[in-house]
Design a protein around this ligand. Sequence first.
Ligand code: GDP
Ligand code: MG
Length: 176
Amino acid sequence: MQLGAFKISKVVVVGDLYVGKTSLINRFCKDIFDRDYKATIGVDFEIERFEIAGVPYNLQIWDTAGQEKFKCIASAYYRGAEVIITVFDLADIQTLDHTKQWLEDALRENEPGSTFVFLVGTKKDLVSDAACERIELDAVRLANEMQAEYWSVSAKTGENVKEFFSRVAALAFEQS
Ligand code: GDP
Ligand code: MG
C-alpha cells in the first residue's frame, strides 16, 4: 500500500495462544519483555518506522488473541497482508504442528503469491542448543513445504529479534 510518499506493509502475526506473539512484537517495537502473561484483547497493531535506501517505510504489525477464529474478524485481520509471520514455541513442540493450519487460514484471505511467509520458533532461551537443532530439522522441513523462511528468536533475551524484523522489512519493501 502507498500513502503519498509513504510505503506501508501489513504484517500479520499468527499462531497458538501463549506461543509468544505479543512478546515478540513488544520486544521489537518497544524493546521490552514482560514475564507476566497478559492476554491480548481484541485486535491491535503497532507501526514501526524504517528507512530503506533513503525511503521512509513502515511496517504495520497486527496482533490478536485468537479472535481471528471468528470468520468476520478473520477476514479483516488477514486481508491485504503482505507478510504472514507464523509463530510456534520451541519449548512446546505441539504448537509447531498447528502452524500449517494457521497459515492456511491466513492465506485463504489473500491473493496467491502476494504474501511473504515466515515460520518463527520463539522462546529460544528455554531450550538447549541441542534440542533447538533437533526441532529445527522438522521446522525447516515444514518451512520449505510452506514456502516460508525459518527463524528462531527469543523475545526474552532479544536474540535474533532485530535481525528478523530487518529481514521482514527488507523483503516487504522490495515487493512494495
Ligand atoms: P501470545 O499469546 O502468543 O501473545 O503469547 P505472549 O507473548 O503473551 O507470551 C506468553 C508467555 O510466554 C508470557 O508469559 C511471556 O512472558 C512468555 N514468553 C514469550 N516469549 C518468551 C521468550 O522468548 N522466552 C521466554 N522465556 N518466555 C517468553
Ligand atoms: Mg498475545
